[in-house]
Write a protein that binds this ligand. Structure first.
Ligand SMILES: [Mg+2]
Length: 182
């Protein structure tokens, strides 16, 4: 069971090239449950496919963007959308034509799975700096058991560190749930 709280990470000065990529505000979703023994993190990329596409195509970053299957075909569906598209109530799983009705200016890009896999692997490299108990769930979610960290950090501290590293090293943001249970 998770209790959700959101906290903003402090802004850290960046150089110009980084600034191009990292304008998204990282939100760490911190979930906590009382109890002691085990410390488990659930890491989930925010709007994963859409975030990766916007990172690689800065020119569309300030537009409503959706990643859609079979853009050539009229029956494609929305696989992911960015925050701006969300404001138009574009939702995952709906038909591209439905999404276009809600948001005529929607930029629809085809998925690039090789790219998402690469990001997923890069994130995994970061997780492995904290624990070897990493269980992926799809491309954009992972469970990490960080119980008994050698450096003595608690789950919340590790969650903040991973969140910040992913933002600065990969250029996209994650939500991390922290749970403590036996
Ligand atoms: Mg996600």
């Amino acid at each position: 069971m998770f209790v959700r709280a959101f906290l903003l990470l402090p802004q850290i000065p960046l150089d110009i090239s980084e600034l191009m990529f990292y304008t998204i505000v990282t939100r760490t979703c911190v979930c906590e449950v009382t109890g002691m023994e085990r410390s488990i993190l659930h890491v989930d990329f925010n709007s994963f496919y859409a975030s990766v596409e916007c990172l690689h195509h800065p020119e569309i970053r300030n537009k409503p963007v959706a990643v859609g299957g079979d853009v050539e075909q009229r029956h494609g569906i929305i696989l992911a959308k960015n925050q701006i598209a969300k404001q138009y109530h574009v939702s995952t799983g709906e038909a591209l034509w439905q999404a276009r009705l809600k948001c005529p200016d929607l930029v629809i890009v085809p998925p690039h799975y090789e790219l998402y896999i690469r990001f997923s692997r890069m994130a995994r490299e970061i997780y492995l700096d904290y624990t070897d108990q990493v269980e992926p769930f799809g491309l954009d979610e992972s469970w990490l058991d960080v119980t008994g960290d050698a450096a003595g950090r608690d789950g919340m501290t590790i969650a903040r560190e991973i969140s910040r590293r992913i933002k600065y090293e990969l250029g996209i943001t994650v939500s991390i749930g922290v749970s403590y249970n036996e």
